[in-house]
Design a protein around this ligand. Structure first.
Ligand code: HEC
Length: 198
């Protein structure tokens, strides 16, 4: 890992450790049994068609390097719809990600797609600012338009700049202001994910 990546890593995790947002943490909805979404491949589309709620907890944000890599980001599905999600991720014309999709670029930030109608303003995406504690994920903040990252930036404000056909996913060239991180630094941050070390 380069020195610069280490510095950024230190900054990210340092900022995460003292980001005083604990008071704003919304309890994760545990009323929905997660098995409701856990279907085997192929059956997931029935769930999403029925619009079943997507339940997400801190444990769903696990070791990033085990997730599928698409260009710079990592992607997984909470309800067996990874193939459908990858189809959108690899489509040259974009599209809407299926409910249950989880995307991360770096260990401390995540986007989770909820069922249709969950939040019109954010295309049903929920944004998460995450903290790592002893190799486990702790949710620092979650929500729609008001989640702030470790640099003081508002997730939605940046991601809303993506052209509508990309479903709020920024990547390199979707219309968002670019991040000052090279592909190499992003890969280093993923490889250094403390959740992978057990
Ligand atoms: C300053 C603007 C900005 C802010 C603030 C921001 N992002 Fe991003 N985000 C980007 C850009 C640009 C990319 C694409 C970077 C790349 O691929 O090199 C990105 C990438 C991502 C990705 C990978 C998928 C994609 O859109 O390319 C996720 C997931 C993500 N951000 C989540 C978040 C979350 C969650 C927050 C808040 C906790 C957040 N971001 C805050 C601009 C921002």
């Amino acid at each position: 890992m380069t020195t610069r990546a280490l510095l950024i890593l230190g900054f990210l995790f340092g900022a995460a450790a003292c980001g005083g947002e604990d008071g704003d943490v919304t309890p994760v909805d545990t009323s929905v049994v997660s098995d409701a979404n856990a279907t085997t491949d192929g059956e997931g589309s029935a769930d999403s068609a029925a619009g079943l709620p997507i339940s997400v907890s801190a444990a769903d944000f696990d070791c990033l390097t085990k997730w599928t890599k698409v260009r710079r980001f990592r992607i997984k599905s909470l309800n067996g719809q990874l193939d459908a999600a990858l189809k959108i991720a690899n489509s040259p014309t974009g599209g809407t990600y299926p409910p249950g999709t989880v995307i991360q670029l770096i260990p401390t930030e995540a986007m989770v797609k909820h069922e249709k109608g969950w939040s019109d303003k954010t295309n049903d995406w929920e944004f998460f600012f995450l903290k790592m504690q002893a190799g486990k994920t702790v949710i620092g903040a979650q929500g729609t338009t008001d989640v702030i990252n470790g640099f003081g930036g508002n997730c939605f404000d940046c991601h809303a700049k993506a052209d509508p056909k990309w479903d709020l996913v920024c990547e390199q060239d979707h219309g968002c202001t670019k991040l000052p991180f090279s592909a190499e630094i992003i890969a280093s941050l993923q490889e250094a994910d403390s959740r992978c070390k057990k």
